[in-house]
Design a protein around this ligand. Sequence first.
Ligand SMILES: Cc1ncc(COP(=O)(O)OP(=O)(O)O)c(N)n1
Ligand SMILES: Cc1nc(C(=O)O)sc1CCOP(=O)(O)O
Ligand SMILES: [Mg+2]
Length: 207
Amino acid sequence: MKLRGLYAITDSQLLAGKFLSYVEAALEGGVTLLQYRDKSTDEARRLREAEALRDLCERYKTQLIINDDAELAARLNVGVHLGQTDGPLMPVRALLGRQAIIGSTCHAQVELAEQAAKEGASYVAFGRFFNSNTKPGAPACSLELLDQARSKLHLPICAIGGITLDNAAPLVAHGVDLLAVVQGLFGAESTAEVTRRARAFNELFKS
Ligand SMILES: Cc1ncc(COP(=O)(O)OP(=O)(O)O)c(N)n1
Ligand SMILES: Cc1nc(C(=O)O)sc1CCOP(=O)(O)O
Ligand SMILES: [Mg+2]
């Protein structure tokens, strides 16, 4: 499966009271990957929500990725996204199997991405590219880094951090395969607007 297009990421605060309706609206507009990102320790709720997302993703033929939690990903037989402090990648690859999608945060360092590629990552994520309300403290990354990364890496490149429909086009022009978005997608006033935004993000990959 080609990893290219919109990578929607959930946010429990932003989506409170409208979690599944907003996610479904995004899937309706077209989502290549959907990440369940919930930084809470409420295991029961996390399992319930992740199961609901897995069922929704099956209906829309979208791949579900769990943030941080390889055990939960294994339990649901879906992919996982790991940051630099979320533990080593290789045991997770062994746990989830060869087919599983495993993403790796590489901040603004091509060397981290080369290492992740060696360890079996399915895609590498660079960011943050713009100011992010969701994660204001994330280290910054530039378009020039993408040019270097594109010339050295042979796996899909994901960009994250403050991405909106107004600023995303240059990222795609610099070789990004996946646009990972929270606020720029789900910070919308209605489900119809979420669907419109999802479609518009995907259009950026067609020109
Ligand atoms: C697609 C994608 N890229 C980067 C991140 C950030 O991961 P991490 O650095 O582990 O930070 P948290 O998201 O866990 O706070 C991501 N989740 N997804
Ligand atoms: C979860 C996350 N990781 C980042 C990184 O740079 O590693 S930026 C980020 C937040 C993405 O949300 P938004 O689209 O609302 O900015
Ligand atoms: Mg993490």
